[in-house]
Design a protein around this ligand. Structure first.
Ligand code: KG4
Ligand code: ZN
Length: 369
């Protein structure tokens, strides 16, 4: 067989009788390489086709927010069922919008963790079946790594090394991206994620789910200095803790209610947000200073926050650093970011076997298998 560029698949049979596919990739960075990606780690069923890790040809997202809003947060069992209903339509739509067929695809990338196990399993099983039936290589992608890669389509000129703040509903990390696939976690949350804290405070203020965008909007009408909520620092590293600020807000609101006094929701939203943003910005800029890095990125749902963007810009500019963040649609969960990460995994020849499983609490840098 003489193949210069492209992927091909050898189907092998083990002594045990188990059939598995071994994928071989021979590529060049200059050729057009289409990755089909699938993301189903939480409450968005998403599929996308991306060319060579930068150019988005399609990015389909089917959100379940309307259903989960009724319950004030994501219900895992409902999420899995809704993914099952949507996934084949979403993948079909991603191929159609990109104007390509399955045989044009070089690899299928899929989020294999972290996330809700039942939700992840829908995407992983679908991707495995598609890979097996089509002979197209399968690539597992770490969800947090995917968020970091969400920066590249918006900023095609961006290259590592850089420091990236990943803040979403499930995680808050300060990551040093030394190279495309080399990451060092410099700080992480010890309790709630930043987005989770936003969602919980929104619930206390009866703003609904998801709380981040609602607090972001309400905070614009409030005074961020009306209350001073705690900002937690750790001496030994750049870890975060948001449970203290959450409890402080909760206590304040209950106290006022017990006294029969009115609460000013806008002032609370603005003061809470200021505390969270202060600590996110401080730790990210400190990480960049420690690594002597002049490029700072943001990723994850919270990276859409208007005050975070404003304050991060002010502080990075003060230190002569350049700031990047994805357009809003690439901040929240989507499959285009997974396709971008999948492209670099493909270039590095990192494929998955068909025994790939969902790993709900895998750490960044650990191998998905
Ligand atoms: O990345 P993402 O879509 O999903 C996870 O991987 O978790 O992030 C969702 C989180 C939610 O907690 C949501 O409230 C928060 O991101 N979020 C925001 C904003 N937009 C979304 N938080 C603060 N300000 C926003 N504008
Ligand atoms: Zn996410």
């Amino acid at each position: 067989m003489s193949i210069l560029y492209g992927s091909y698949c050898l189907t092998l049979k083990r002594k045990s009788g188990i059939i598995f596919n071994m994928f071989i990739w021979k590529g060049s960075e200059n050729m057009s390489t289409l990755i089909l990606a699938i993301e189903s780690s939480c409450d968005e069923t998403a599929a996308a086709v991306v060319d060579s890790g930068r150019k988005i040809l399609s990015n389909i997202i089917s959100s379940q927010i309307n259903i989960h809003t009724i319950y004030g947060g994501v219900v895992p069992e409902i999420a899995s069922r809704k993914h099952t209903e949507a996934i084949s339509h979403v993948v079909r739509a991603a191929l159609d919008e990109a104007g390509c067929a399955l045989h044009d695809i070089s690899a299928i990338a899929v989020t294999a963790g972290p996330g809700l196990v039942g939700a992840l399993l829908v995407g992983v099983s679908f991707a495995k079946a598609l890979s097996y039936s089509s002979g197209i290589p399968l690539i597992p992608v770490h969800h947090i790594e995917g968020h970091i890669f969400g920066n590249y389509p918006t900023h095609p000129e961006l290259k590592p090394p850089f420091v990236c703040l990943v803040a979403s509903g499930g995680h808050s990390h300060v990551v040093y991206a030394k190279d495309y696939l080399e990451f060092e976690i410099m700080g992480r949350t010890r309790d709630d994620a930043a987005g989770e804290a936003y969602d919980k405070i929104a619930r206390i203020l009866r703003l609904g789910y998801p709380g981040g965008p609602k607090i972001d909007k309400l905070a614009k009408e409030g005074n961020p200095n009306s209350m001073r909520f705690p900002r937690v620092h750790f001496k030994e590293n750049l870890d975060f803790s948001f449970s203290g600020v959450k409890t402080a807000v909760m206590n304040y609101v209950h106290n006022m209610q017990q006294k029969g006094q009115p609460v000013n929701e806008a002032d609370i939203a603005a003061s809470f947000q200021e505390a969270v943003v202060d600590i996110l910005v401080e730790n990210t800029v400190s990480a960049a200073k420690q690594k002597n890095i002049k490029t700072v990125c943001m990723a994850g749902g919270v990276a859409s926050n208007s005050r975070l963007r404003e304050k991060m810009r002010e502080e990075t500019e003060k230190h002569g650093m350049k700031l990047y963040y994805p357009e809003p649609i690439l901040c929240t969960d989507n499959a285009a970011m997974i396709a971008c990460a999948g492209y670099y995994e493909l270039m590095a020849g990192k494929f998955a076997e068909l025994t790939l499983n969902a790993t709900p609490s895998i750490k960044l840098g650990e191998k998905l298998k």
